[in-house]
Design a protein around this ligand. Sequence first.
Ligand code: SF4
Ligand code: SF4
Length: 458
Amino acid sequence: MTDSILVVGSGIAGLTAAMECAQAGARTIVVDNAAIVGGRLAAAMTDESSIGAGVAGSAIPKLSTLAESEHIEFMTMATLERIQGRPGNFDISVRQRARFVTDACTRCKRCRPVCPSVSSNEYDAGLTYRKAIFTPLPQTLPQEYVIDIDSCLNKPPNYLPCNRCIEVCDDDAIHFDLPLDQLHERQVGAVILSVGFAIADTNRLNEYGYGVHPDIVTAVELQYLLTEPGPTGGYVAKPSNEEYPESILLIVDELTPFSAYTAISQIHQLVEQDIDKIALLITDQQDEKTQSDFVQALPAGVTVNQGLLQSVVAGPDNKITVSYADFASHHMPKNDYDMVVLSCEICPAKGLDELAKTVELKLDEAGFVATPISDQPCATSRAGIYAVGGACGSAILSDTVASAKAAATLALGHLDPRLLKPGFVPISQVAKAPDTDTPSEDELRARIERALYTLMDR
Ligand code: SF4
Ligand code: SF4
């Protein structure tokens, strides 16, 4: 029996699960397609970030703590290519692409200015630009720079038409002679899929004015602005001129758990940054309870309206003029704002369908990983494979963290307890605690749930 667990995806769910597994003594392999670990919250996991301590009451692992863990192996720019076997004993193959920069890199920054290739920075929701050799954030894991070979002038079969970065790298960290990819074979007892979610096509936001004015942004773009050390150091600024906005309107078209959670947490951050006027427009008619629960979670002083959006247009003085048909008053108010923020919808992560084929998992109708066992919400259609957070469609951070901890506990149950740290009790053994009376099926299920919640609260 192996002592290892595979975690696919290194966002908050994957890293929480990895920390749980590592703390129990399991070797944990974290595989991510991106060049750095951390997913959307990577910037919040740095030592400098004050929100790294916790978001919505959920502790976020620090990159420095993760880097120090001897039990966690990170494979970035990597994908799971094959998995065979059964719970407790899976053989896996992971293909890892070259980053062309070795760990000799000291982040001296000399290479970046000389690189002639410029692309939009996908790690900042496209709000900034980057070079072909770059670091996605000021602090990353792994720490070395990376070359995006697709935008580098040396993309095969062009061999070395450009060596500007090599010429300035005194640490001999750049090597174009590395193999394009490598295959790693490992054995793991269980797999946790935490590939997160993607943001649905923003083209549908054009009807809300997206693209009309640079200060009309999506909620995801605002999150990058609010996250330190993001492109504006964690302070909201107008993309048109980097000035501080005095008034912001957030438009939410439907109160889904994701849109509501995002709007509430962002409004709290905006209030902390002393934005004078914060307004929220809900363009879908909600039942009274949903709306009152939502409004109660907002800080005082936020104006909340419900109405059908009529127009979002660029107004005078770099303002954005918004008009809507108010559901309650039947009037058509028209107001000017410095910034307008549009809510986004989530969809399955790119490549999830391919991954599901590789792992032989069922997806649900929306394309997220199906979790058919009602009392094990992380369990998928294949034994020993668990899915958490956005991979299953849930996007609320507290749910994501809770499901990651539960999945880690279930996954650890497939390893030999003798290989783990003393004191760890697999969930299967908690459920089988000795009892003089034979418990009923309902009692057994209740005990499992209680045990699970106890373990999740550790
Ligand atoms: S010049 Fe070399 S050491 Fe400096 S940041 Fe670039 S790759 Fe790293
Ligand atoms: S080889 Fe040229 S294009 Fe490629 S990363 Fe280096 S400087 Fe940029």
